[in-house]
Design a protein around this ligand. Structure first.
Ligand SMILES: [Zn+2]
Length: 269
């Protein structure tokens, strides 16, 4: 999104924000991208979100074996955003298991463009994310907010002074009201705003159960979005800008309906 000071704040392309390799790899080699964790347990196919509004200006299908050149990206999507200070701004998402957008398609920030995977030149599942300014790769962490953790603590982040996105007060989200009652749910961290809640993959029956939960918990409004259906008919849902109380209600309901394992949530302080 464009901030009131003209800066660009990209949204995280995944629901979890764990840096596994930075602008420099942990061995010191130049990476010119970030790698983000995608795997929890055995599940490595997570929805990948467009980092900002834009137009898909490149897609690539992996041939299934080549690990050099452009094919090292595997299944890949690139998006062209509005120019930044007159310069072309693009983002690239690589090693996808599949993508669900076409060349020339317009996307909105947060739209699902595909699913993370292990295609191309990879040792393990992750999302390789690039930010390209006027054709040159720049450190993605300088375009994202600070809401992330490091996989090992050794990952390169950015040099002093390099982190460029200054969020004006006017663009900051208002603080959440403290939780009303204590709860045993993990979402019960008082005074925290949940940034996003993601549920999936869901079968059609689970999705229907989830819709009912959203109504019961008073979330069946514009905060609650049915996101996408993948090739196997599995659905993902997302809700954003929930209070801790909303999140607790949803978690409690998810528990009673046997959907607890499919519930991911994230907080901002
Ligand atoms: Zn990478």
């Amino acid at each position: 999104m464009r901030l009131s000071n003209g800066e660009v704040l990209l949204c995280w392309p995944l629901d979890i924000h764990v840096l596994t390799q930075g602008w420099y790899y942990n061995n010191g080699d130049l990476h010119q991208a970030v790698d983000l964790r995608t795997q929890i347990g055995t599940n490595y196919k997570r929805p990948v979100f467009a980092a900002e509004d834009g137009t898909v200006d490149q897609t690539q299908d992996w041939d299934g074996h080549t690990k050099t050149g452009m094919q090292s990206y595997g299944n890949m999507v690139r998006i062209k955003h509005s120019p930044y200070k007159g310069m072309t701004l693009q983002t690239r998402y690589a090693h996808l298991s599949s993508y669900c957008v076409k060349y020339g398609q317009q996307v909105k920030e947060g739209d699902i463009i595909g699913y993370s995977g292990i295609t191309g030149n990879v040792f393990g599942a992750h999302l390789h994310f690039e930010v390209i300014l006027n054709g040159k790769r720049t450190n993605p962490l300088t375009w994202l907010d600070g809401d992330y953790t490091l996989a090992t603590g050794k990952e390169y982040q950015f040099n002093r002074g390099e982190h460029s996105v200054v969020i004006p007060d006017a663009d900051k989200k208002p603080a959440a009201s403290p939780a009303e009652t204590p709860s045993t749910a993990p979402a019960a961290e008082e005074g925290k705003t949940i940034q996003a809640m993601l549920i999936g993959p869901l079968t059609a029956a689970e999705a229907a159960a989830f819709d009912a939960m959203a109504v019961e918990s008073g979330l069946a409004d514009d905060r609650y979005v049915k996101l996408a259906v993948d090739a196997e008919g599995k659905m993902f849902m997302r809700a954003a800008t929930l209070t801790g109380m909303d999140a607790m209600r949803m978690y409690a309901l998810a528990q009673t309906k046997g959907l607890k394992d499919k519930y991911f949530s994230e907080y901002v302080g």
